[in-house]
Write a protein that binds this ligand. Structure first.
Ligand code: FES
Length: 579
C-alpha cells in the first residue's frame, strides 16, 4: 500500500504566504518587521516557515540542552530550504510545578494550538520530553493539525552512587524507604542526591517521559529510533538537525498529524506501552491524545492488549536496566521488531515510510535488556484495568511493579481523607496498621487534589518499614509517577471528590483486590453504601476565579483522559483573518 502524497512545491500554497506574499499594507508590516529582526527576503519568501516550539526554561531540568538543540534544528531547517523561527511555549517541569505538572498539561496544549493558529507557521518542530510536555505538545498540534515532528529530549545518563547504577525516581523511592527504616545514613543520602541526576535529559527509567516519547515515536510522530538516544550523545544533536530537515519536507507534502494518528496507530502505541512496561500515566495521556484526533480509546483496549503483549523491556521500575542500556541494546526499533506480530505495520510515519519499514533491520544487541518473547520480563503486559463496586468506571494497576503476594489480597481499609491527613497520620503508631491493611487515599483525583497528582505510591508507615515491609496494597484516585513501584491501585473512577464510591470507604471496611479477575471490590452491602451516600456532601470549592475555575469546570475523569471538555475534537477552527 503506497502512502506517497504528491509534493506541492508551489510557494503560493504555503500558509505563511498569506502573511508574507501579498502586495498590501498588512503584508508590508509583516515583511518590514521580519527585516527589523535582520531577515532579508531571501530568508523568508517562498520558504516554509517552521515554528520551533521550545519548552526550555531555567526551571526545566530535563530540557537544559534545548537551547543548543533549537540551534541544531534551525540548521536543519535552513539546509532544507525552510525559514526557522523559535517560539518559547510553556516550560513544564515535572520536578518543580505544583500541585502537579498534570494540572497544566491542557494549558500547554491550548497554548500550542493557539500559537500554531495565530502565527504564520507552515509546520512545527515540537521540543519536549519531560513528562507532560509530550502529551501536551501532541494534543495541541493534533488539534491545530499543521505538519509536525516531535524532537524528543532523550533520557539523561545513568546515575551512579558508590559504584551502583541509579535510576531516576525509582532508586530515590527505594533508598528513601531504607532511610526511613534506619538503614541509610545522612551522608549516604546526600551522596545519592549528588549522583542520581548527572546530565541533561529526562528521567532515564521507564517513567512517563521514556514511555511517552517512545509512544510518540510508535505513533509515527518522531524520526525512527530518535526517542531512545541519550540526550547528551552527539547522535542526539544530529537527530535534532535531521528533524529540522524533515519538517520542511513534511510541509511540502502536507503530511499533517491527523493523517498519522489513526486508530491503528493508537493500537500500536498501546502494544508498545505494554511491551515497554510503560508508565500508568500513558493510559490517561493516550486517551486524551486520541480524543484530539476524534478517536475514542477505552480502558478495555489497554487491558485486552495487556493480556496479549509481554513486557520485554527490562528497564526499571519493572526491570533492572536503564534507558542508556536500552539504547545500546538496540532501542525502541529493536523492541518493536520483537512484537511486530501485534503491530499494524502499515501505519505511516513522519519518516515518509511505514512503521514496518522503520523497524526493518533493527537488531537486539543485549538479550537481557530487550528480552526475547520466550523469556519476557513478565508474561502479561504492563498495565491492568480493575473494576468493581469501588471503581465502576475503572482503575489501573501495574502488577509488574508490585510484590506478587499482593496481587490477590483482602484486608481492612485505613482511610485518609486527603493528602494532608495522610501526611499527618500515616506514621502514627497508634493507628497500628499491619501489612494486611489497605491504605486508601481520598480527594486525590482530577478535581479533588486538584490535578490528579502523582501521590498514588502512598507512603508505608515507617514502623512497618523498620519491620522489613516494602510493599502494601494502596488505593487512590491519584496517579503514580512512572518511576514509582508498589501494589498501587490508581485512577479510581469516578473520583471521590465527585462522590465516587471511594468517597464512601471507612476505616475497617474489607476491600478485595484480585488482579487475575481484574476485581476491585468493597465488601460493604449496597444498603449500607446507599445510606452513606445519602449523608455524603462534596467539599466546597476553593477555586472561584482564573485557570483553577476553568480547570474545575472543564476537566474530565481519568478514563476520559482528563482533557478539557471544550478542547475535545470538533470542527476545525477557521484560519485567522488577516486584515
Ligand atoms: Fe523531567 Fe522526570 S523530571 S522527566
Amino acid at each position: 500500500m503506497s502512502h506517497s502524497v504528491p509534493p506541492q512545491r508551489d510557494p503560493s500554497t504555503l500558509r505563511s504566504a498569506r502573511w508574507f506574499a501579498p502586495d498590501d499594507q498588512r503584508s508590508f508590516g509583516h515583511r518590514s518587521r521580519l527585516k527589523q529582526m535582520g531577515f532579508g527576503e531571501a530568508d523568508f519568501q517562498a520558504r516554509p516557515c517552521i515554528g520551533i516550539l521550545n519548552t526550555w526554561s531555567d526551571m526545566n531540568n530535563c530540557h537544559t540542552h534545548f537551547r543548543d538543540r533549537a540551534e541544531e534544528v534551525k540548521r536543519g531547517v535552513w539546509q532544507a530550504g525552510g525559514f526557522p523561527v523559535e517560539i518559547p511555549v510553556m516550560s513544564m517541569s515535572e520536578s518543580f510545578m505544583k500541585p502537579t505538572s498534570m494540572y497544566y498539561r491542557n494549558l500547554l496544549a491550548l497554548e500550542v494550538e493557539e500559537t500554531m493558529r495565530c502565527y504564520p507557521l507552515d509546520g512545527v518542530v515540537l521540543m519536549g520530553g519531560c513528562d507532560k510536555t509530550v502529551p501536551a505538545l501532541i494534543m495541541g498540534t493534533t488539534s491545530a493539525n499543521l505538519p509536525s515532528i516531535f524532537m524528543p529530549a532523550g533520557p539523561m545518563l545513568k546515575g551512579c552512587w558508590r559504584g551502583e547504577a541509579l535510576g531516576s525516581g525509582t532508586d530515590m523511592w527505594r533508598y528513601w524507604a531504607e532511610r526511613q527504616a534506619g538503614n541509610l545514613c545522612e551522608e549516604g543520602w546526600h551522596e545519592l542526591e549528588d549522583g542520581i541526576a548527572r546530565s541533561p535529559g529526562h528521567c532515564m527509567t521507564m517513567g512517563t517521559a521514556s514511555t511517552m516519547t517512545a509512544l510518540a515515536e510508535t505513533l509515527g510522530l518522531c524520526l525512527p529510533g530518535s526517542t531512545s538516544i541519550p540526550a547528551v550523545h552527539s547522535t542526539h544533536a544530529r537527530m535534532a538537525a535531521a528533524c529540522g530537515r524533515r519538517i520542511v519536507d513534511l510541509v511540502w507534502k502536507n503530511l499533517t498529524p491527523r493523517k498519522l494518528l489513526t486508530e491503528d496507530a493508537f493500537h500500536n502505541a498501546i502494544v508498545a506501552d505494554m511491551a515497554l512496561g510503560g508508565s500508568t500515566n500513558a493510559i490517561i495521556h493516550l486517551i486524551a491524545m486520541a480524543g484530539r484526533a476524534g478517536i475514542r480509546l477505552t480502558l478495555e483496549q489497554f487491558d485486552d492488549l495487556s493480556q496479549k503483549v509481554e513486557v520485554l523491556a527490562n528497564i526499571r521500575p519493572c526491570g533492572e536496566y536503564l534507558m542508556e542500556d536500552f539504547y545500546d541494546a538496540g532501542g525502541l526499533r529493536a523492541l518493536l521488531l520483537r512484537v511486530k506480530d501485534q503491530l499494524r505495520l502499515h501505519c505511516l510515519t513522519v519518516s515518509g515510510r511505514t512503521l514496518g519499514e522503520n523497524i526493518e533491520g533493527a537488531e537486539v544487541y543485549h538479550e537481557d535488556v530487550i528480552r526475547p518473547l520466550d523469556r519476557p520480563v513478565s508474561a502479561a503486559g504492563g498495565t491492568f484495568v480493575l473494576r468493581g463496586n469501588l471503581a465502576p468506571d475503572g482503575a489501573v494497576m501495574k502488577p509488574t511493579a508490585a510484590e506478587p503476594h499482593l496481587l490477590r489480597h483482602r484486608g481492612p481499609a485505613a482511610v485518609f481523607s486527603d493528602y494532608t491527613d495522610l501526611k499527618k497520620r500515616i506514621h502514627d503508631p497508634s493507628l497500628a496498621l499491619t501489612p494486611d491493611h489497605i491504605i486508601v487515599l481520598q480527594h486525590a483525583g482530577p478535581i479533588g487534589a486538584p490535578g490528579i497528582p502523582e501521590w498514588g505510591m502512598l507512603p508505608i508507615p515507617d514502623y512497618l518499614l523498620k519491620q522489613g515491609i516494602r510493599d502494601m496494597l494502596r488505593i487512590s484516585d491519584a496517579r503514580m509517577s512512572g518511576t514509582s513501584y508498589g501494589a498501587c491501585v490508581l485512577h479510581v473512577a469516578p473520583e471521590s471528590a465527585i462522590g465516587g464510591p471511594l468517597a464512601l470507604v471507612r476505616d475497617g471496611d474489607e476491600i478485595e483486590v484480585d488482579v487475575s479477575r481484574r476485581l476491585l471490590h468493597l465488601h460493604v452491602s449496597d444498603e449500607e453504601l446507599a445510606a452513606r451516600r445519602s449523608q455524603w456532601k462534596p467539599r466546597e470549592t476553593r477555586y472561584r476565579r482564573g485557570y483553577a475555575q476553568l480547570y474545575e469546570q472543564q476537566i474530565t475523569q481519568a478514563p476520559e483522559g482528563c482533557d478539557f471538555r471544550f478542547l475535545h475534537h470538533g470542527p476545525d477552527l477557521p484560519e485567522p483573518d488577516i486584515y
